[in-house]
Design a protein around this ligand. Structure first.
Ligand SMILES: NC(=O)c1ccc[n+]([C@@H]2O[C@H](COP(=O)([O-])OP(=O)(O)OC[C@H]3O[C@@H](n4cnc5c(N)ncnc54)[C@H](O)[C@@H]3O)[C@@H](O)[C@H]2O)c1
Length: 266
C-alpha cells in the first residue's frame, strides 16, 4: 500500500481514528490534510506528522457548514492540487437518552455533523475526483449503522443514513472510476467511547467497559490504528473493485448472537 504522490484528506483528523489514519497514510508516503473543528486536536495531529518529517497541513473546519467544507477542499487543492483519498470521518456521539427524552437540538446537531457533514464532504470532493478520473472515499459509519440499540437514536439514525449515502454516491460515480465505501467499527478505544461509558454510568464507567467487552467475541475494543488500517486499505489500489459496500470491524460483535462469555474454557 504505497501512497507516494497521493493526497489524503481526513476529516476528524484530530480525533482517535482520524489521527491514526493521518499517521498511517503519511507512513505510506501520502501528503496529508487534516480537517477538524478543534484546532488544538487538529494542529496536534499535524505537529506529530511534522515531527516525523511528513508533509501535512491542518485546516480548521466545521464539516456541517457548507462554506467550511468548500474552504477545506479549496485549501487542499491550493496546497497539493489533488485529492486521491478522502476519509470522511468526523462525527459526534451526542447525548445518551431514550427517544422519548431525546433533546431536539441535540438530534439536529448529531444529524448535521454525522450525516450532512458526510454529504457535504462528498458533494464537494467527488467533483475533484471526477476531474482527476480517480479517487477513493471512505465514510465512517458504525455498527450503529447496521443494528439499533438503546439511548442513541440520533447517532444510530445518522449512521444508518451514512451507509445509504455511501451506496447512492457509489452508484453515482462508480462508472467514472471512483470508489465510495463505508466502514462500520464496533467500540474503538478513543475519546468517544470514554464519553459514552461515562454517560451510561457516571458512577462506574468501568462497569460499562466490562459489559461492552463481554458482548464482543474477541473480548476487546478495536484500536484506532486497526480501524485506520481498514480505511487505508479501502483507499488503496488493493481494493480496486470494492465500492458501494460497508465493511465491519467489530471483533465479531454483530456477527454473533453471543460472545461466549461464561462458557467453560477449552
Ligand atoms: N470510537 C468508537 O467506538 C467508534 C465506533 C464506531 C464509529 N465511530 C466513528 O468514528 C469516527 C471518529 O470517531 P473517534 O472514535 O475517532 O472519536 P473522536 O471524538 O476521538 O474524534 C472525532 C473527531 O471529529 C471532530 N469533529 C467533531 N465534530 C466535528 C465537526 N463538526 N467538524 C469537524 N470536526 C469535527 C472532533 O473534534 C474529533 O477530533 C466518528 O464518525 C465516529 O462516529 C467511532
Amino acid at each position: 500500500m504505497d501512497f507516494t504522490g497521493k493526497v489524503a484528506l481526513i476529516t476528524g483528523g484530530g480525533g482517535g481514528i482520524g489521527r491514526a489514519a493521518a499517521v498511517g497514510f503519511a507512513e505510506r508516503g501520502a501528503q496529508v490534510v487534516v480537517v477538524d473543528r478543534d484546532a488544538t486536536l487538529g494542529q496536534g495531529t499535524a505537529d506529530i506528522l511534522h515531527q516525523q518529517g511528513r508533509d501535512v497541513r491542518f485546516i480548521p473546519a466545521d464539516v456541517s457548514k457548507s462554506a467550511d467544507v468548500q474552504n477545506y477542499v479549496k485549501a487542499t487543492l491550493d496546497a497539493y492540487g489533488r485529492i486521491d483519498c478522502f476519509f470522511n470521518n468526523a462525527g459526534i456521539e451526542g447525548k445518551t437518552a431514550p427517544i422519548m427524552d431525546y433533546d431536539e437540538e441535540m438530534f439536529d446537531r448529531v444529524i448535521a455533523i454525522n450525516l450532512r457533514g458526510v454529504f457535504l464532504g462528498m458533494k464537494h470532493v467527488l467533483p475533484v475526483m471526477l476531474r482527476q478520473g480517480s479517487g477513493a472515499v471512505v465514510n465512517t459509519a458504525s455498527i450503529a449503522g447496521l443494528v439499533g440499540g438503546p439511548g442513541m437514536s440520533a447517532y444510530i439514525a445518522s449512521k444508518h443514513a451514512v451507509i445509504g449515502l455511501t451506496k447512492s454516491a457509489s452508484a453515482d460515480v462508480a462508472r467514472f472510476g471512483l470508489r465510495v465505501n463505508a466502514i462500520c467499527p464496533g467500540p474503538v478505544d478513543t475519546r468517544m467511547m470514554r464519553s459514552l461509558e461515562a454517560q451510561r454510568n457516571p458512577e462506574d464507567p468501568d462497569a460499562v467497559i466490562a459489559a461492552n467487552r463481554a458482548a464482543i467475541p474477541s473480548g476487546r475494543y478495536a484500536t484506532a490504528e486497526e480501524v485506520a488500517n481498514l480505511a487505508i486499505y479501502l483507499c488503496s489500489d488493493l481494493a480496486g473493485s470494492i465500492t458501494g459496500t460497508q465493511m465491519v470491524i467489530d471483533g465479531g460483535r454483530t456477527g454473533s448472537a453471543g460472545s461466549g462469555v461464561g462458557l467453560k474454557p477449552r
